[in-house]
Design a protein around this ligand. Structure first.
Ligand code: ADP
Ligand code: MG
Length: 238
């Protein structure tokens, strides 16, 4: 029997914005189910564009993108909500609901999935406790520090126990102790089989953790170099 083990496939993906800036060009990527992968590279190298394409929030200009067997680039693609159910995304700007408290922000994800009130209560309490936010559960988002807001955005991504985590600089405003705590939580999810893609510019963090690292480099046009330049035969990065 053929077993599907690839979580992500990108073939010759390019992304050029209407401003004519090219964020990705001729980009290839294969990630197995259950892998933990760092996406690194300087500001403007295309990390966020890459993650937004995998979430179906941005369409590539050309190329093929397949996530968990779903081809995002097929004409008339309409399964984006089905895809997003299995993805936990952490955005650099957190995207929290400012008029709701911490607990409501995290619970909301499960409410729209139709999870029972009792289960929501249990799961939200557990994830808030993991991220040291249990004391802030009833506080307004506006009353939180940036680091606390980032932890709420992490809690919201993890509470639905996603198969794939797309984390865009998820520790950018956390201190080192909290960064390591988040990495431990991610590692626990990874141990349980979750696939994790984490964009980060924190080279010390990458050195501390032995995961595959995919470096993006701004090319001449401000995007990723072509396949031939970054993918020598047999290179383990791709
Ligand atoms: P990174 O996350 O590595 O900083 P981005 O994917 O945010 O890289 O950006 C890659 C390039 O694409 C940059 O030059 C950026 O200015 C450009 N870019 C990103 N998003 C947009 C957008 N929505 N519209 C126009 N240009 C964009
Ligand atoms: Mg970015």
């Amino acid at each position: 029997m053929l077993v599907w083990t690839l979580m992500i496939q990108m073939f010759s993906v390019s992304k050029t914005y209407p401003s004519h800036i090219t964020a990705l060009s001729g980009f290839y990527l294969e990630i197995d189910q259950g892998e933990f992968v760092f996406i690194t590279g300087p500001s403007g190298s295309g990390k966020s564009s890459l993650l937004r394409i995998l979430f179906g929030a941005e369409k590539p200009s050309s190329g093929e993108v397949i996530v968990n067997g779903i081809r995002l680039t097929q004409p008339g693609f309409k399964k984006v909500y089905q895809l997003r159910r299995m993805i936990g995304i952490i955005s650099p700007d957190f995207r929290l609901l400012k008029d709701r408290n911490v607990k409501e922000n995290v619970a909301f994800v499960l409410e729209v999935m139709g999870v029972s009130a009792r289960e929501i209560e249990e799961k939200v309490s557990e994830i808030l406790r993991l991220l040291d936010l249990q004391e802030r559960a009833r506080d307004s988002i506006l009353a939180l520090s940036a680091g606390e807001q980032q932890r709420v955005s992490i809690a919201r991504a993890l509470v639905k126990n996603p198969s794939l985590i797309l984390a865009d600089e998820p520790t950018s405003v956390l201190d080192e102790e909290m960064t390591e705590k988040v990495m431990e939580i991610f590692s626990d999810f990874h141990q349980k089989g979750t696939t994790i893609l984490m964009a980060t510019q924190d080279t010390r963090l990458i050195q501390r953790h032995p995961y595959r690292t995919i470096p993006l480099m701004p090319g001449k046009e401000g995007g990723q170099e072509s396949k031939d330049e970054v993918r020598p035969e047999g290179c383990s990065l791709f």
